[in-house]
Design a protein around this ligand. Structure first.
Ligand SMILES: Cc1cc2nc3c(=O)[nH]c(=O)nc-3n(C[C@H](O)[C@H](O)[C@H](O)COP(=O)(O)O)c2cc1C
Ligand code: SF4
Length: 412
């Protein structure tokens, strides 16, 4: 384990225990001995990719912010965690908040920022409480504030609490929300790295991404890059749920097979049932059918199967599950969470939900199926932000592998 190595072992409300476990050593090393360029080189060498869903190379994002002219810059930690069933970030924040603060401070040093924000959903009161305590303790120990470790580096962190709208996890919507505006996305470019919070260069990373930083700086990018696959380095936390014996969080090296996660670690389906599919990537993702369970988990391999890593939700479905029902569940979620700013997503998710419902009620026609497919591609290609662009994915993916289930619903 890398990210969750301290979870359950140290008291998250005592900074002394984090420090005793080697905490803040990486920050000391960075601030006292490394240049920002050296820090970014180490993160780039690690091959770490953003854990918030998109999988963008972290080192590259940091380099883009660092290259922007000196002046006010910000770092943001995205702790919105809106995927249904996901609680990876929550567990890290609740059980090891200093790990995230240390990662943010290292990032701030590397990109030239002195102010950070953690955007966290109000539904996570314990995580907010532990973060507030951690920030107070870090300040008291001189690990946050002015002249950290006696160096010219200053850094402070503020918490902003979101009301739990899924779209506020999208980076431009999140920034608008921190600015006190309605949390709706805006077109990119400009990307936040160039023009983010208050139109200043802003680095935005996910909780799990930041939680990987201290070990990378302590043990080296090469060490981190030795774990995982060619395109996906390190470990990933998954929230394993659904029809599985051992539901819960697991942190596994990238490259492990889906079968190993579901059958060995998850203990398989209860009462001897069989796996029909595994859904990954939440409402933006798709499903892996049983015959593909030997696929290694990596950004590339999951995309090839028509799904995605996402933030780490993994839902196991057994042979009794209706895949059309699964698609309807996610479409209902996207319909509810669409911010309504652009028509393809606002109206398209309603139409797609209606068509799925019609099929499930036994009133669908072959023409509805065709219409639904066309609508999926239209919504994907014309929506403004990632929510609409990926909302049709669960339908496309279930149509790809389980078309017979859709066709069986059409009365002859
Ligand atoms: C609808 C939507 C919701 C998102 N929700 C989250 C979220 O809850 N947490 C998160 O870290 N990223 C979320 N993202 C991705 C962010 O926009 C952004 O890419 C991410 O925070 C960048 O961090 P990373 O590079 O460390 O992954 C969401 C994106 C979309 C389109
Ligand atoms: S795609 Fe959906 S969520 Fe995104 S801006 Fe358009 S309406 Fe809002």
């Amino acid at each position: 384990m890398i990210v969750r190595e301290n979870c359950g072992k140290i008291n998250p409300e005592r900074i002394e225990e984090y420090i005793a476990a080697g905490g803040y050593e990486a920050l000391a090393k960075v601030v006292l001995n490394l240049t920002p360029e050296e820090v970014i080189a180490e993160v780039s060498a690690s091959g770490l990719r953003g854990r918030g869903g998109g999988g963008y190379p972290t080192g590259l994002k940091w380099a883009t912010v660092a290259k922007m002219p000196t002046g006010q810059k910000y770092v943001i930690c995205n702790a919105d965690e809106g995927d249904p069933g996901a609680f990876m970030d929550r567990s890290v924040l609740e059980s090891d908040p200093h790990r995230v603060l240390e990662g943010m401070a290292i990032a701030a040093y590397a990109v030239g920022a002195n102010h950070g924000y953690i955007y966290i959903r109000a539904e996570y009161p314990l995580a907010i409480d532990h973060l507030q305590t951690a920030i107070k303790q870090a300040k008291r120990h001189g690990l946050m504030g002015s002249q950290i470790f006696g160096s010219p580096f200053d850094f402070k962190v503020d918490i902003r609490v979101g009301a739990g709208a899924f779209v506020c996890g999208e980076e431009t919507g999140l920034i608008a929300s921190i600015e006190g505006k309605r949390g709706v996305p805006r077109p990119r470019p400009p990307y936040p790295a160039v023009s983010g919070l208050q139109s200043e260069p802003t680095l935005i990373n996910n909780v799990e991404t930041y939680a990987n930083i201290a070990p990378i700086l302590q043990k080296g990018g090469e060490w981190y890059a030795s774990i995982g696959t060619e395109d996906s380095k390190g470990t990933k936390i998954f929230a394993l749920t659904g029809k599985v014996e051992n539901a819960g969080l697991i942190e596994v090296p990238m490259g492990i097979t889906v079968r190993c996660i579901v059958e060995e670690m998850g203990g398989g389906i209860p009462d001897g049932g069989t796996v029909k599919a595994v859904q990954t990537g939440g409402p933006s993702g798709g499903c892996i059918p049983a015959e593909k369970l030997d696929t290694p988990v990596s950004y590339k391999s999951l995309l090839e199967l028509g799904t995605m890593m996402g933030s780490g939700g993994m839902i196991v479905m057994d042979d009794k599950t209706s895949m059309v029902d699964v698609a309807k569940f996610y479409m209902e979620f996207c319909r509810e969470e669409s911010c309504g700013k652009c028509i393809p997503c606002r109206a398209g998710t309603v139409q797609l939900y209606g068509l799925l419902n019609k099929l499930l009620n036994g009133h669908g026609t072959t023409r509805d199926l065709e219409l639904m497919e066309n609508l999926c591609y239209m919504v994907k290609e014309t929506s403004l932000c990632g929510l609409g662009q990926s909302a049709p994915n669960p339908v496309i993916s279930t149509l790809r592998y389980f078309r017979d289930e859709y066709e069986a619903l059409i009365p002859s």
